[in-house]
Write a protein that binds this ligand. Structure first.
Ligand SMILES: Cc1ncc(COP(=O)(O)O)c(C=O)c1O
Length: 338
């Protein structure tokens, strides 16, 4: 007889077999075995000297990846949304004005996050698949004179990229000279900057327990990038994406982003083939080929199929696989004549 009112769940008393799958959606993507193995290394304390050294190496790797010498470079312990909230919570104060360029779901989400802290939110909006010219951005900046401007570099919901991103050193001054405390303790940049050794304090204080195993994995992924070389990595992603785009057009499919230079090389958006139910296509490809591709998201929902070719998944061999799967799906899925 157990003294417990809730017994161990039956489902946890047997192993869970996770299948191998080719992850060609907008994320998550497959992880090289080397990164998975790094994450399985022995546990260390999150403030042990070796962990701090790993964190310092991660900082250098991120500075390389983003080509910045900004001292306040760090990784946020959390998903992309945590990083978005961290950026917005720290750079804006209640009542301040922010201009958000919306060309997909990430601009919409940024506006929602900024509204929640009582910022004055102004937006410039373009249709899904579109992008902003420098003139449009300058005009909007002149009109609204915001304290903060938000633009998504790689809009993964629509497959659009903006290139000439202006990184502002002024932002650091703004973040560290606030009238009010940021709304989130966990995402407070003065704590995070100290935890990551980005300030002048001699000691790193406990703020939260960093995800040590993830630090190992992140360090390893940045090591792969350093060995590959950033320019080689950009080149490979671009060439593989162009090879994919050519293959799609040869099959009679249409790319959602008209302007070639605005196409995000990591996530390709394909106009949802007319007459088909997009879910049947993604379902068929998953069932028959064990490959994940996905539909649209937010403003692009129902309009596109999305295929991600990122990191170790960015290969011509994967392009051939996904093109074959798409061609087969178009043959076998129901096509209405209306
Ligand atoms: C550009 C961009 N921002 C933010 C996010 C949100 O990331 P997460 O789902 O990890 O919270 C994503 C996710 O795909 C993204 O592509």
């Amino acid at each position: 007889m157990s003294s417990l009112s809730v017994l161990p769940p039956e489902c946890l008393l047997q192993p869970f077999p996770v299948p191998q799958r080719l992850m060609l959606g907008p994320g998550p993507s497959n992880v090289p075995a080397r990164i998975a193995a790094a994450g399985a290394q022995p546990m260390l304390g999150h403030l042990h000297a070796e962990t701090i050294e790993i964190m310092n190496q991660i900082k250098s790797g991120i500075q390389y990846a983003f080509q910045t010498r900004n001292r306040v470079t760090l990784a946020v312990s959390g998903p992309g949304h945590a990083a978005m909230e961290c950026a917005i919570f720290n750079s804006l104060e209640p009542g301040e004005s922010v201009l958000i360029a919306v060309n997909g779901i990430w601009g919409e989400r940024a506006a929602d996050i900024a509204e929640r802290i009582g910022a004055k939110v102004n937006t410039v909006v373009t249709s899904p698949g579109g992008y902003f010219t420098n003139e449009e951005i300058e005009q909007a900046l002149d009109k609204y004179r915001p304290v903060v401007f938000f633009l998504t570099h790689g809009e993964s919901s629509t497959g659009v990229q903006h290139w000439e991103v202006l990184l502002s050193a002024w932002m650091s001054k703004k973040i560290f000279n606030r009238r009010t405390k940021p709304i989130s303790y966990f995402l407070d940049m003065s704590w995070l900057a100290n935890y990551w050794g980005c300030d002048d304090k001699p000691v790193r204080a406990y703020h939260h327990t960093g995800p040590v195993s993830f630090f190992y994995g992140l360090r390893e992924s940045l090591a792969i990038l350093a060995e590959t070389g950033l320019e080689n990595s950009w080149k490979r992603h671009k060439e593989v994406a162009e090879y994919f785009h050519k293959g799609l057009e040869e099959m009679g499919l249409k790319l959602f982003v008209q302007d070639k230079k605005a196409r995000l090389p990591t996530v390709t958006t394909i106009v949802a083939p007319s007459g088909y139910e997009w879910r049947e296509i993604t379902g068929y490809i998953m069932k028959t080929y064990n490959i994940e591709i996905s539909g649209g998201l937010g403003p692009s929902a129902g309009m596109v199929l999305r295929v991600g070719l990122m990191g170790c998944n960015s290969t011509k061999a994967n392009v051939d696989k996904v093109l074959e799967a798409l061609a087969d799906a178009l043959k076998h899925c129901h096509k209405s004549r209306v």
